[in-house]
Unconditional design. Structure first.
Lengths: 422, 173
């Protein structure tokens, strides 16, 4: 017996070591995604990352010295080009802010809740997993910087992945191209939702889109917010190829917006706020509202006389806005979005003729008499009715009308806003 | 002068100092994790920890030492990734055992033998890895023979260069 053991000693040890590792694998597979291996992973990371940090530091420092002190060729031209770009972006920003304000008002109508990125932590990528089969990167910030597991990681171009493992000064980020990742995504134009997954060869595909849907290459993909990790609307990538997949689903290949193979710095979203959308008071203060506020001597007119185009007869003008406090019953004012009926209306509305702008329901059409009386949307009681939409386009208050408002008469009132389309 | 005999009595067995025993595998793991940050294809075609495993196993010519070297390097490599710990460990354990067993019986000191041995063990490593990944962990990863063979050749050529560098750290027993 001893001779047999001695003869096959090496083989027995090999089988024993293999058996232990298979046992360990089986335990991990059975327990699923557990935190049992977290500690030894952190130890391994701590053993490797100090050297990676040093390498990154040396590389960054030498690069900075070169680029900041020696290689300044073309900086002036680049500066001039960037200034021009800023000017163009300012113009674009004006247009987008108008669109955003309109979107906020529409979201207010529907009691939308939106997520804001309230806090981010910038981190530098210092290493990878070293394996082509496990797509993760290591960043140089961890728990001490407020990073926690499952936080979203992005760049300015698009999403990158989520935090998988955190130690005090390090974090591992699972890229969206890894097989085990999953992100809720939505196609920008067609609004089709799916699940973004990585493949074994590092590609990113959008799954769970039915094969009878039309998806065009080139369409942008955004986060849908459904995974509770990434806020809605972050850029994911672009559709590159659409083909038939299995089980009646399309096989949609996505080119990630962020360059996942050349990550240098990333942002970890450490703070998200979810709040109800409130239309910005500083935008779209309409001429009629200002008139209503600044001219308290304007006599009340009968509702029938004051009814503008687009508002059903018998409706109080106050009920045409989403923030309106309305007459208790029989309010059927129409606009392009339908009728808003508020059950919380107990403030008497002034009978000021207020035209309704189709699709751009202002939050201040109810003519409040002061800032303290600013009407609030009662989310629980606001009901949007699609019926009663008037075909006739309402009148649009002109900028001339707005500028005629006697601002100087009431110094405590806010200045009138430019209501003209940008 | 390299020993080219294959009899048990005349085969040279080498040992390494503690800094080399720990440092070389550690450096290979660091380089393996760091370089893909700038060259993404590196991780696809090069497996430095595997080359180090083969080198130590062949130089020591001790199957037990070889399998433990492979197991430890493989497990640390697993820990740096996102998957289950043990897949690389099992693959490199087998390679370490095989390389050291082969080193006992064959001359693996010349460049041609090293090239072929490294290519062969790269394919063995891949086969074990994907078998374990698919069979035990239920992974959907698949082995591409074309890419695998090319990666094997790249590793083999790189290994020949690396082994001649690491030969300087050998100490005769």
């Amino acid at each position: 017996m001893e001779s047999v053991l001695g003869r096959y000693r090496n083989l027995i040890i090999l089988v024993g070591v293999l058996f232990l590792q298979v046992l360990g694998l089986a335990v991990q597979v059975k327990k699923g995604e557990s935190q049992d291996t977290r500690l030894i992973r952190v130890w391994a990371l701590r053993a490797v990352t100090p050297f990676e940090r040093a390498l990154v530091w040396v590389q960054t420092s030498s690069g900075n010295v070169w680029h900041n002190y020696f290689y300044l060729r073309g900086v002036r031209a680049e500066n001039r080009q960037l200034k021009e770009q800023i000017e163009q972006m300012r113009l674009e920003q004006v247009r987008l802010s108008e669109d955003a304000a309109q979107a906020r008002r529409l979201q207010t109508l529907l009691s939308f809740k939106e997520q804001f990125i309230s806090k981010t932590v910038a981190a530098q990528v210092i290493g990878t997993s070293g394996s082509d089969l496990s797509r993760i990167v290591t960043v140089d910030k961890g728990e001490n910087a407020g990073i926690k597991r499952d936080m979203a990681v992005i760049t300015s171009d698009g999403i990158v992945g989520k935090v998988l493992l955190v130690s005090p000064n390090l974090a591992q980020v699972l890229l969206i191209s890894d097989q085990s990742s999953g992100v809720g995504a939505i196609l920008e134009k067609s609004r089709l939702q799916g699940v973004l997954r990585g493949t074994a060869n590092g590609e990113v595909v959008l799954e769970r889109v039915m094969s009878d849907e039309q998806v065009q290459p080139g369409e942008n993909v955004l986060t849908s917010g459904g995974d509770q990790i990434f806020p809605k609307g972050l850029p994911v990538g672009t559709v590159t190829k659409v083909g038939n997949g299995k089980d009646l689903f399309l096989n949609i290949k996505i080119k990630p917006a962020a360059n996942l193979s050349r990550l240098e710095e990333v942002l970890v979203l450490t703070g998200k706020q979810e709040r109800e959308v409130v239309a910005d008071d500083q935008v779209r203060v309409r001429a009629a509202d200002i008139l209503a506020q600044r001219l308290p001597s304007v006599p009340d007119k009968p509702a029938t006389d004051a009814t503008p185009a687009g508002v059903a007869p018998g409706a109080s003008p106050a009920s045409t806005g989403i923030n309106a406090t309305t007459k208790p019953a029989g309010t059927t004012a129409g606009n392009a979005l339908g009728t808003v009926k508020s059950a919380s209306g107990n403030t008497p509305a002034k009978s000021v003729a207020v035209p309704v702008q189709p699709g751009k329901t202002s939050g201040k059409t109810s003519a409040p008499t002061s800032a303290a009386q600013k009407p609030k949307v009662n989310k629980a009681s606001t009901e949007v009715k699609p019926e009663g939409v008037q075909d006739e386009p309402p009148a649009q208050p002109s900028i001339v009308e707005q500028k005629q408002a006697p601002v100087a008469d009431q110094p405590d009132a806010p200045p009138p806003q430019d209501n003209s389309p940008q | 002068m390299p020993i080219t005999y294959t009899s048990g009595e005349q085969i040279e067995v080498y040992r390494f100092s503690l800094p080399v025993t720990i440092g070389v595998p550690l450096v290979s793991l660091i380089v393996q994790a760091y370089v893909p940050k700038y060259f993404p294809g590196f991780a696809k075609y090069v497996d430095l920890p595997l080359l180090v495993t083969i080198f130590f196993a062949m130089a020591r010519r001790n199957p037990v030492a070889g399998l433990f070297t492979g197991a430890i390097i493989g497990l640390v490599q697993d820990m740096l990734g996102a998957g289950e710990i043990g897949i690389y460990g099992i693959a490199k354990t087998v390679v370490g055992y095989g390389a050291s067993s082969l080193g006992v019986k064959l001359d693996v000191e010349n460049a041609g033998a090293r090239l072929l041995v490294t290519l062969g063990f790269y394919l063995v490593h891949s086969a074990v890895y994907f078998t374990v990944a698919r069979g035990l962990v239920n992974s959907t990863q698949h082995f591409n023979w074309g890419t695998g063979f090319l990666a094997g050749l790249v590793n083999a050529f790189l290994g020949v260069i690396l082994y001649f560098v690491l030969d300087r750290f050998k100490q005769r027993t």
